[in-house]
Design a protein around this ligand. Structure first.
Ligand SMILES: *[C@@H]1O[C@H](CO)[C@@H](O)[C@H](O)[C@H]1NC(C)=O
Ligand SMILES: *[C@@H]1O[C@H](CO)[C@@H](O)[C@H](O)[C@H]1NC(C)=O
Ligand SMILES: *[C@@H]1O[C@H](CO)[C@@H](O)[C@H](O)[C@H]1NC(C)=O
Ligand SMILES: *[C@@H]1O[C@H](CO)[C@@H](O)[C@H](O)[C@H]1NC(C)=O
Ligand SMILES: *[C@@H]1O[C@H](CO)[C@@H](O)[C@H](O)[C@H]1NC(C)=O
Ligand SMILES: *[C@@H]1O[C@H](CO)[C@@H](O)[C@H](O)[C@H]1NC(C)=O
Ligand SMILES: *[C@@H]1O[C@H](CO)[C@@H](O)[C@H](O)[C@H]1NC(C)=O
Ligand SMILES: *[C@@H]1O[C@H](CO)[C@@H](O)[C@H](O)[C@H]1NC(C)=O
Ligand SMILES: *[C@@H]1O[C@H](CO)[C@@H](O)[C@H](O)[C@H]1NC(C)=O
Ligand SMILES: *[C@@H]1O[C@H](CO)[C@@H](O)[C@H](O)[C@H]1NC(C)=O
Ligand SMILES: *[C@@H]1O[C@H](CO)[C@@H](O)[C@H](O)[C@H]1NC(C)=O
Ligand SMILES: *[C@@H]1O[C@H](CO)[C@@H](O)[C@H](O)[C@H]1NC(C)=O
Length: 777
């Protein structure tokens, strides 16, 4: 199959990458002097009680392993190395942020989460035009937001939540045209939300809850084509109403406007197809609850503590995923409908909580015998005084407490000998291990869902496990969700344990590169987006026990002997592999790198057409693949799935379908299609066409029949090439890749190459090669 070919080829490509990555032997590259002095100035203003930054004066930041500094392999045109990531989360740092941060002109990630920083955000940060992630949440920063942050036109994630930032949200933020996540919750922001934010077409999650915002809710927000979560709880919009346009949201999943001082009626939100979570509680909403049926995916409806009248809409009895319906403290009348739970299936550990307390319900409609997984609360209603009603007293008293913790105790480890696993708290038996009594040291990660779209976790534990392990490229048994608890927000805090794979010589610990890989996936927010789970917070990634002294190598070390071995193994086929990797690199670039990162996200709603390659409609694609039937699926990557399809003229094609969360800006998508259509080479899989419709991005390739590439490779390798020749081929190809990194428009970033290898070929790179690649870029 095509993928086998790719994989084979990639194993060779890896070696080429390694070669390429090796810095030139002559003068060892160093960090740009202005960045070195900027870092020293930054350190000077920080208070570092744990002395985490003690090595920030020895040698060179990029080449001497300075804590938290990542440069990758990025020799600029100026011949210097450049700092690309500053990862200083959870280090108990206090002090202030130095304006010199603005001199880190190639920075992509600035991460000071969960420290104790004070002072204001330096406006100079707004000049780092390369910045993609600005993460300062969980500090004690104050002062106002600098207008200059709006100049960060490549920013995709702005997390400034849980500080004490005051003042208004600057209008200039509308210029952050790539931002997908805007998290400013839990600060002291005041004034009107700028309606201009509705110009950020890329916006996915807008979290402004727990501030002191006032004024009105911008009606224009309903035009945001991708907005999934709008959370504005605990602000004060007294005197205003929920705009009528909000019934027009196209992709909204969660709307949370709790305790906002809102008046007027509850809008009819039945036309929002994906709505799952609705919280309008603790406002001054009046009038009846709209009758029309909400999305069938509704998990949570909270309209409590308002002044609503009328009866419970019949359509609430037809919401199969409902977990919470809270209508308490309103003026609702009529009968209590007992058919609400009748059409629900409680097969998947579902639960329904109905809170109807303190209303004017006077009777029961039907039989009051809910199944065990339904809790119903009726106290404070006239119906409770009706002694003639059988059973009713059961639901009129006070109830036992909340569901809270989950202890993942598995029978399979109950019988394991206690002595065999060190009892030092660092090692434990892996609960779900296929190997009985496998004892290992987990990585422990404090993790919190900031705005989940459900209110009862058990039915979603398994989906979350699948989501996390597939995002981390781990097997299911390697993850255990240890404990969880709901916190105010509501947020869902949990402790994750990740266990090493049993396949690696049954090693009971992760190796350095694996820890580094996992940590980087978390800290660079490369998980695909999920509206259901919402954004996550990384609370801690503390390395304990066997991991405590782990030193992460900076990722621009020199060539090592392992590389030479890899060259000897793979040299011969590098030329072929190169062309394949170029294809994949480029296809990966548009089908979707799950970071929305390197995308230019120029957004246009007009569909463009390109000559040379064929345009397919979504319908044609669905037809070719039998509606994307899983039996036609031939591959899967982080970007989405690959299907084998047959076009009406009987041409067999491979269709790559980008997953939601892997989609990119249209303009870039087209740039890459153009580039791809120009690359012709006999060993390259050629592009037949593309589809860009209904929010889908797909690429259509000629289908390589089983074995083609492999055959070609083995035929080639039979010719005897000496080592020197192989090396030359490899180097020649490396030049090709260098070209892509430096000259091509737009250039491919080296970190993408690295990411590609990790994601596309972990198994073939093998542990050792993966390590090398990891350390080389
Ligand atoms: C960086 O860390 C690696 C791994 O611990 C070590 O081998 C290397 O010598 C260090 N480099 C410097 C310059 O300290
Ligand atoms: C963190 O720093 C504060 C002072 O800035 C100190 O009081 C506290 O003990 C430190 N915590 C740890 C765990 O070191
Ligand atoms: C936040 O800042 C305000 C002034 O802007 C101050 O009055 C308040 O005490 C601060 N809150 C905290 C928790 O630091
Ligand atoms: C965006 O930036 C331009 C200058 O770059 C400025 O003129 C304009 O006012 C900004 N837009 C907003 C909404 O602030
Ligand atoms: C956010 O603010 C609210 C209200 O002040 C508070 O209840 C909640 O705990 C805060 N959340 C966090 C995570 O700080
Ligand atoms: C919130 O804003 C109002 C004005 O809109 C102001 O009077 C009040 O002091 C602010 N509260 C806080 C806690 O900043
Ligand atoms: C909602 O969208 C429809 C068209 O899709 C439009 O006619 C209507 O005016 C919009 N409603 C509001 C309140 O914006
Ligand atoms: C409802 O949820 C299911 C499963 O999560 C999803 O496949 C489906 O697309 C959702 N429906 C809508 C209308 O969003
Ligand atoms: C339950 O489902 C059936 C069939 O879908 C439907 O006819 C009936 O109205 C539903 N009952 C309720 C209470 O919604
Ligand atoms: C109720 O939920 C539990 C798990 O929370 C589940 O095991 C049980 O089967 C459910 N009961 C019914 C009757 O569906
Ligand atoms: C119901 O109303 C009573 C009396 O007004 C009040 O004390 C009680 O807290 C209310 N219950 C809830 C759940 O709000
Ligand atoms: C990390 O977070 C988890 C989950 O919140 C918490 O239980 C644990 O104590 C934290 N560990 C450290 C070292 O902060």
């Amino acid at each position: 199959m095509i993928w086998r070919g790719y994989i084979l080829a990639l194993s060779f490509c890896c070696c080429c990458l390694l070669l390429l990555a090796a810095p030139a032997p002559a003068p060892a590259p160093i960090t740009h002097p202005s960045e070195v002095s900027a870092l020293l100035a930054v350190k000077k203003q920080l208070v570092d009680p744990k002395n985490n930054l003690r090595n920030w004066d020895k040698g060179d930041p990029c080449t001497s392993n300075w804590t938290g500094i990542l440069c990758f392999y990025n020799l600029g045109k100026d011949g210097y190395l450049h700092v690309q990531e500053l990862q200083l989360l959870n280090m108990n740092l206090s002090g202030t942020l130095a304006p010199e941060l603005g001199q880190l002109s190639h920075l992509k990630i600035l991460d000071f989460m969960w420290n104790e920083l004070t002072g204001s955000i330096p406006k100079e940060i707004g000049h780092i035009s390369t910045l993609r992630l600005l993460l300062l949440n969980g500090n004690k920063l104050y002062g106002s937001l600098p207008d200059e942050l709006g100049y960060l036109s490549n920013l995709i994630r702005l997390q400034l939540d849980q500080n004490n930032i005051s003042g208004q949200i600057p209008k200039t933020f509308a210029n952050m045209s790539c931002v997908r996540h805007l998290h400013l919750n839990n600060n002291s922001l005041a004034g009107q939300i700028p309606p201009e934010l509705s110009q950020i077409f890329t916006l996915l999650h807008l979290l402004l809850d727990n501030n002191n915002l006032s004024g009105y809710l911008p009606p224009e927000f309903s035009n945001l084509p991708d907005l999934r979560i709008l959370q504005l709880d605990n602000n004060d919009f007294s005197g205003s109403v929920i705009p009528a346009s909000y019934r027009n949201f196209s992709r909204l999943v969660k709307l949370s406007l709790r305790n906002c001082g809102l008046q007027g009626a509850v809008p009819d939100l039945s036309r929002i197809p994906s709505l799952t979570y609705l919280d309008l509680s603790r406002n001054h909403l009046a009038g009846p609850i709209p009758e029309n049926k909400l999305s069938e995916n509704m998990t949570t409806i909270d309209l409590s503590d308002n002044q609503l009248k009328g009866s419970i809409p019949g359509s609430f009895s037809d919401l199969p995923s409902l977990q919470t319906l809270s209508l308490k403290n309103n003026f609702l009348t009529g009968p209590v409908p007992t058919n609400i739970w009748q059409n629900m299936s409680f097969s998947t550990s579902a639960r329904l909580k109905l809170d109807l307390r303190n209303n004017s319900f006077s009777s029961i409609q039907g039989h009051l015998n809910p199944p065990v997984n339904v809790t119903l609360r009726l106290e404070g209603n006239p119906v409770c005084k009706n002694a003639n009603l059988l059973n009713v007293n059961l639901f009129c008293g006070s109830e036992p407490g909340e569901d809270k913790m989950l202890t993942n105790f598995n029978d399979s480890i109950a019988n394991c000998p206690i002595q065999a696993c060190p009892t030092d708290n660092f090692y434990e038996y892996v609960p779900a291990s296929p190997l009985p009594c496998f004892c290992a040291a987990p990585l422990r990660i404090g993790y919190r869902l900031k705005s989940p779209s459900f209110s009862y976790f058990p039915p979603y534990i398994q989906p979350l496990e699948v989501y996390l392990t597939s995002s981390l490229k781990l097997s299911r048994y390697q993850l255990s969700i240890d404990t969880y608890s709901w916190e105010k927000g509501p947020r869902l805090r949990m402790y994750l344990k990740l266990f090493p794979s049993i396949n690696v010589n049954h090693s009971s610990t992760f190796n350095v590169s694996e820890v580094q890989r996992i940590r980087h996936l978390y800290t660079s927010w490369t998980f695909p987006g999920s509206a259901l789970f919402g954004p996550y917070e990384l609370l801690n990634f503390t390395l304990l026990g066997p991991y405590a002294d782990m030193k992460f190598e900076n990722e621009n070390q020199g060539i090592s002997k392992g590389i030479l071995v890899a060259v000897a193994v793979g040299g011969v086929a590098c030329a072929v592999a190169m062309s394949v990797i170029i294809t994949i690199l480029i296809t990966r670039r548009y089908t979707g790198n799950r970071h929305a990162m390197s995308r230019k996200c120029l957004y246009t709603k007009v569909s463009m057409r390109l000559g040379g390659v064929k345009y397919f409609t979504f319908k044609e694609m669905a037809l070719a693949t039998d509606n994307f039937n899983s039996s036609n699926q031939v591959g899967q990557g982080g970007y989405g799935k690959v299907y084998k399809g047959t076009l009406p003229d009987k041409t067999v094609v491979a269709i790559k379908r980008a997953e939601e969360g892997s989609l990119q800006g249209q303009k870039e998508f087209f740039t890459e299609i153009k580039l791809l259509s120009r690359l012709h080479h006999r060993n390259l899989v050629s592009l037949v066409g593309y589809c860009d419709e209904e929010g889908e991005q797909m690429l259509v390739y000629e289908f390589l029949p089983n074995g083609t590439l492999r055959d070609w490779l083995s035929a080639k390798s039979k010719r005897s090439l000496n080592f020197g020749m192989r090396l030359r081929i490899a180097l020649g190809s490396a030049k090709g890749i260098l070209y892509l990194h430096t000259e091509a428009h737009p250039p491919l970033q080296p970190w993408k190459t690295r990411e590609l290898c990790q994601i596309m070929c972990p198994q073939l790179c093998g542990e050792h090669q993966a390590t090398l690649i990891q350390n080389t870029f």
